[in-house]
Design a protein around this ligand. Sequence first.
Ligand code: OAD
Length: 231
Amino acid sequence: MAKVVILTGAGISAESGIRTFRASDGLWEEHRIMDVATPEGFARDPALVHRFYNARRAAARAAQPNPAHLALAELEADPGHEVLVVTQNVDDLHERAGSQNVIHMHGSLFGALCHACDHRWPAPEAMQPQDTCPGCGRKATRPDIVWFNEMPYQMDRIIRELEAADLFVSIGTSGNVYPAAGFVQDAAMCGVETLELNLDRSAGSEMFDTSRQGPASVLVPQWVRERLGSR
Ligand code: OAD
């Protein structure tokens, strides 16, 4: 049984029509991180932040999984592989492709969180500043997204799984945001083999044992076919 931990980023959903962050037409060209992706920005202008995530939720709902998401689900279904997908993405395309073992380390567009009492519930289609928490009744609804200056979810479990893996694969991430950008070093320090699949060379490409460049919809199914043929 091969234990594989797979980190995914915006690049795996790009061919499903979901915009990445750092490309020339990416989300961070149009929006300031400080305004829409920090607790301070939310405190200053919650209506702006809700509009940003409401639009992204609508885009995610309209998108469909692509061959890269589907191939990862196929690998997970194989009895010779134990697969954990750790995604930085807040869309639900891995789940809709059939992956079951998924950690959303940066949260999810489909969750709502009360910043007063930490209660969580499924997000409505659109959130607004006047929405009340079903737990405590306060007007403190925010998207269940991990913002800059906040701690990503399930870090203890991710590091544990990474250290016990046979293979770490990073797909479609630019390697700019920690702690995810450091997973390749954590894995390498434990003797775990590392592979990168990305459109172009990323900030951390040279840290991987192997780095392949190309679109995820081609590279990921190709790599999964290699794995499934290898038994
Ligand atoms: P980025 O936008 O930083 O990087 C996307 C990466 O995907 C780039 O290296 C692209 O070359 C690559 N890419 C684009 N299209 C691709 C394709 N079709 N196939 C394969 N690769 C492709 O997105 P992330 O690395 O995911 O966090 O960004 C990490 C975090 O920064 C996000 O989770 C978000 C953002 O700020 C928060 O908002 C907290």
